[in-house]
Ligand binder design. Structure first.
Ligand code: ZN
Length: 177
């Protein structure tokens, strides 16, 4: 009987935590300072073929090296560092249990705090990782930890659309402000 109660307590707390993530406000910013829809291609999301990834699970926002990269929303920094493909990257957890992945950065802000508010400068745009030698751009992906099965379709790796959200749709709301 005791363990039954404990299990319910655990479940209740878990549900509360998940719900809290969903009711948190999600202020949205285009993560490159001064960028507009003219700085990315409208069909860039899920474009194929796309090297070893198969399809492009994010968008590329083009700009000059050194342009300020802004936090796309309030994020908790989970990882900052260098990866082979992504180059210098930042991975943050935002509201609604969404991960925000920013890659090919030229530099990451020094003394970046763990909790970053939407729109603050976190890095600069560049061409690191497998973007080397290509026009500098920010690769931006949004990955939901909670699946959205209705977004799956029959495209290549279309099942993964339950997790990879289209940043263009996300940013359209940011632009309407
Ligand atoms: Zn990309």
């Amino acid at each position: 009987m005791f363990s039954f109660k404990k299990r319910w307590l655990f479940l209740t707390v878990l549900i509360l935590i998940v719900v809290t993530g969903f009711i948190m406000p999600e202020p949205r910013f285009i993560p490159v300072k001064g960028a507009t829809a003219a700085d990315w291609h409208k069909d860039t999301f899920w474009y194929e073929p796309w090297g070893s990834s198969g399809v492009h699970k994010g968008i590329d926002i083009f700009g000059n090296t050194g342009t300020e990269v802004l936090a796309p929303t309030n994020i908790l920094i989970l990882y900052q560092g260098e990866l082979k493909k992504g180059g210098k990257v930042i991975l943050g957890l935002g509201p609604k249990w969404r991960l925000h992945y920013l890659a090919h950065l030229d530099s990451i802000a020094e003394n970046l705090s763990t909790s970053v508010s939407a729109g603050s400068v976190i890095a600069t745009l560049g061409a690191t990782g497998n973007a080397k030698g290509k026009p500098p751009h920010l690769h931006y992906s949004i990955i939901s930890l909670i699946p959205y099965p209705h977004l799956m379709d029959s495209s290549t790796q279309g099942m993964k659309k339950a997790f990879y959200l289209n940043p263009i749709e996300y940013l359209e709301i940011a632009m309407k402000k």
